[in-house]
Design a protein around this ligand. Structure first.
Ligand code: UD1
Ligand code: UDP
Length: 377
């Protein structure tokens, strides 16, 4: 009998990173794959699902405008309870560190269903940063049966938490699978970017940056735009009202700054490729941009993704106004500093992560079970 595997996606990055796993599992004869969209994000999730042509079997449509963490978690747990009772999955997979993942891991624990954690073991060691993601992933890690760790350093983080080593698999990050599946597709740029002009691509959405730090980020972007009229800034603005309203208030009306809606995945990758460099607090962008040879200035004080920083292609600059302005200006003015960061390296994966995850599950559900059947009693 086929094994029912529920693959959960809630937000944009989860869908991007789960899509290669879903597509790989759907090709397996032994797996009955059900895609569960919590739709913690609505529009941005649908953008990604459309891109990968994935149609959810179950959609909780959970998003509310400006949702609070508590309400979101509580509503997710109640809805997931119903799904688990009805579907009785053999295993559930979820990716990353969002509220969706926290709720899924907990629901699996309550229902005694094995939980596979994709992108396991990322840690900053500071429960408040990123908030609430560090707490979410620590809890999800404690409750998981399979830990699909992207790198050796994430495996070590799990070992430090005394997670059973035989449950941890270093698979690479599935984001590189998604990137490679998409980067070869032709896609138009979202703006008419004059070929002679350099472009800075910006994204920002971290909760711990809301308020004064985000104001400082926007002020710095404004200064970079004003001091460099020959440079274009493209900023697809996250729809969270704490971001959207401030970004539009502080950055509208500059002729070389384009604020746009979140981009579909293919045009976003085309924009990364076109960019001279990237300023971002996004996790996924820190993983993708090095593979495209694009420097990233990260608007955070620390990162759970140390590999690209160690290789010199990602730099942590925080949210201080002066620090952002000077780091951006250095990359614009100093070709040697730029060249040091613009190296094509891919510390997070080789495009085969979803194949490895599928193989591990196949061994668990098919190979191990069939050899158990022939074992003498
Ligand atoms: C969430 C995740 C964060 C992840 C990020 C990726 C949590 C707590 N946060 O943050 O870890 O890095 O997604 O983008 O899980 N909204 C829309 N349309 C959308 C998406 C969001 O309007 O498609 C607005 C809604 O008002 C929503 C708000 O953004 O209530 C916040 O969404 P939420 O998922 O709670 O937090 P994010 O900041 O997006
Ligand atoms: N992304 C996208 N369109 C955009 C901005 C980002 O498709 O306008 C992609 C990006 O390539 C990366 C992912 O979204 O794969 C990152 O998502 P986000 O920054 O929302 O979340 P995080 O990675 O920080 O959790």
């Amino acid at each position: 009998m086929k094994k029912k595997i529920i693959c959960v996606v809630g937000t944009r990055p989860e869908a991007i990173k789960m899509a290669p796993v879903i597509l790989a599992l759907q090709a397996e004869q032994w797996a009955d794959v059900k895609v569960l969209a919590t739709a913690q994000h609505r529009g941005m999730l649908d953008q990604v699902l459309d891109h990968f042509k994935i149609v959810p079997d179950i959609d909780l449509n959970i998003m509310r405008p400006n949702q609070s963490l508590t309400e979101l978690t509580a509503r997710l747990l109640v809805e997931l309870n119903e799904v688990f009772l009805a579907e009785k999955p053999a295993a559930v997979l979820a990716q990353g560190d969002t509220t969706t993942v926290l709720a899924v891991a907990l629901a699996c624990f309550y229902h005694n269903v094995p939980f596979g954690h994709v992108e396991a073991g990322l840690r900053t060691g500071d429960l408040r940063s990123p908030f609430p993601e560090e707490g979410n992933r620590v809890i999800a890690g404690r409750l998981a049966k399979w830990h699909f760790a992207p790198t050796e350093s994430s495996r070590r983080n799990l070992a430090n938490e005394r997670i059973t080593s035989s449950d941890v698999y270093v698979t690479g990050n599935t984001v590189i699978d998604a990137l490679l599946m998409t980067a070869s597709q032709a896609s138009d740029l979202p703006i008419a970017a004059d070929v002679g002009k350099r472009m800075i691509l910006v994204t920002s959405h971290r909760r711990e940056n809301f308020g004064a730090p985000f104001n400082s980020i926007c002020r710095a972007l404004r200064t970079v735009a004003e001091r460099n009229p020959d440079v274009l800034i493209l900023y697809p603005v996250h729809p969270n009202p704490n971001v959207r309203n401030v970004a539009h208030d502080m950055l509208s009306g500059l002729s070389n700054v384009t604020l746009c809606e979140p981009l579909d995945y293919a045009p976003f990758i085309a924009s990364m490729k076109r960019a001279h460099f990237i300023i971002s607090d996004s996790g996924g962008v820190q993983e993708e941009a090095p593979a495209l040879g694009k420097p990233v200035l990260v608007l955070r004080e620390e990162t759970e993704r140390p590999e690209a920083v160690e290789q010199g292609v990602v730099r942590l600059i925080g949210t201080d106004y002066e620090a952002i302005v000077s780091a951006a200006q250095e990359l614009l003015d100093d070709p040697a500093a730029y060249a040091r960061m613009a190296k094509g390296v891919s510390p997070y994966g080789d495009g085969q992560s979803s194949a490895r995850i599928t193989q591990i599950l196949r061994e668990h559900f098919v190979t191990a079970e069939s050899s158990a059947e022939v074992m003498p009693a």
